[in-house]
Design a binder for this molecule. Sequence first.
Ligand SMILES: C[S@@+](CC[C@H](N)C(=O)[O-])C[C@H]1O[C@@H](n2cnc3c(N)ncnc32)[C@H](O)[C@@H]1O
Length: 222
Amino acid sequence: METPAKRNIAEYYCARAHCYEDRDISMRRMDIEKLQEICRKLICGKNILEIACGTGIWTEYTANFAKSITAIDINSSMLQVASSRLAKLDNVTFSQMDAFDLSTLRNGFSAGLAGWWISHVDKARIRSFLEGFHRALVPGAVVIIMDDTQETLDDISFIDGNQNSYTIRTLKDGQRYEIIKNIFDENDIQELFSDVGCNIKVYTLKYHWLLTYQVPPQSTAQ
Ligand SMILES: C[S@@+](CC[C@H](N)C(=O)[O-])C[C@H]1O[C@@H](n2cnc3c(N)ncnc32)[C@H](O)[C@@H]1O
């Protein structure tokens, strides 16, 4: 009999850290290059706070043009991969931290970046995540949130009372996880973020989307 799948997203990524980059993303290459170009234009020269950096794929890219990056993730297994990847760079700092509790960070980042994180956040917690995120940034800071479109959707195994979609992921060792993976279309994004920032813009590509906005003088997500 199959053992019940675990639901903890942090635990799932902890177990996946060593093989996180094994997946084939060649089909998404054009999208990724476009996202990189948009990011460069938006946050070049900024002091960036990156949420849930994982193995540091976007940390590495943004380090090329950022003044500094502080990249946080809850899993030391992810941060170990990221730190060894970026060991030579002196504008990057890694910190093991829960994205829902950023209170120990010094405030004052001029940009915030969160890639492939928001789709794993319980919809009931998105507001509180944004509140803490914005508190760590200066008014006017540029925020970039990126994630997947419907095109990448795995089978939905379950929808809970907060309208979160879950999908089953099985690791090479057979461990099964049933994790939140919410897909947002442009309407959902507008609905979720229209009152939390100024100058909102959404770029919808084939496999991925990118949302950018600026933290208002008095953040309404706070
Ligand atoms: C889909 S990965 C995204 C990694 C990276 N941003 C990227 O684009 O490759 C999600 C990441 O969220 C991290 N994570 C899960 N729960 C977290 C939490 N509560 N606080 C911070 N990071 C968390 C996982 O360790 C994992 O690295």
